[in-house]
Write a new protein. Sequence first.
Length: 301
Amino acid sequence: MGDASPAVPGDHTHEIPDGAIRAGAHALELDLHISRDGIVVLSHDPTLMRCFGINKKVSDCDWEYLKTLRTLQAPHEPMPRLIDVLEYLSQPGRENFWILLDIKLTNEPFAIMELVAKTIESVPIPTNGPDWHRRIILGCWSARYLPARAKHLPRYAVTLICVDLSYARQFLQVPLISFNINQKILMGPLGRGFLDEARLARRQVYCWTVNSPNLMRWCIRHDIDGVISDEPGRFRQVCEGWEKERSGVLGIPNPNLDRITLRQRIEIIAATLYVICFGWILKRMYLTPVAQLEFEDHKSK
């Protein structure tokens, strides 16, 4: 992995792209929601409460109102739009920076895909850079987004964001799909064998959210293709240290750097138990089986 492994920060203010690039990140993860008047905005939550202190849903507010808001936490940033980030990344010198769009399950599939497509089309492709479909990955949590993606963004690759690997395995034969997996699940008993299956199917695997140096080293050791972290600068340092170890510059590696703490082991077990106990609810509510989509597609023909 090393320098070839993307570090992907997951923050959503105007200052973030600049900071991410300076920190050595290769990409930016953006969480998407839609305003009432059809503007694609960047917000992790469907409501404004946590970041802005306002008890309203993003989808119940027009952009004219949303653009006046400032985050509770300093430096009191405004809510950005997807188009703001695309215009920033279309400028010279930023052609190799890519984006992972986290399309939240609260978004209606065809509505969000159509608006994302229109937003992308409104920003010219950089003269010396690759087309947007080579720089943007659509992060989807469910197969129910695939028909909308096929209609509005057919050239764009998809990464399945997931915590349930039994569901992820349904996608191993679906073309143009990679996997973006919660690291605690991948490290636990439910993740056993999945990396081998993904590599056999020639699929990339990303991990989220990885902030501890020892867990970053776990990703490097297991050849994870992309690491989503709130600390891209730290990940860059870990990669540099790993490369020095491999080259023999640092002598014998310190085994303590890789040791998984008791707290981390408990968190892995807790995440595993959560999926075992409650994963069926998520499946029933949101996670459309791939086979069902294939059946409906054949039936429509």
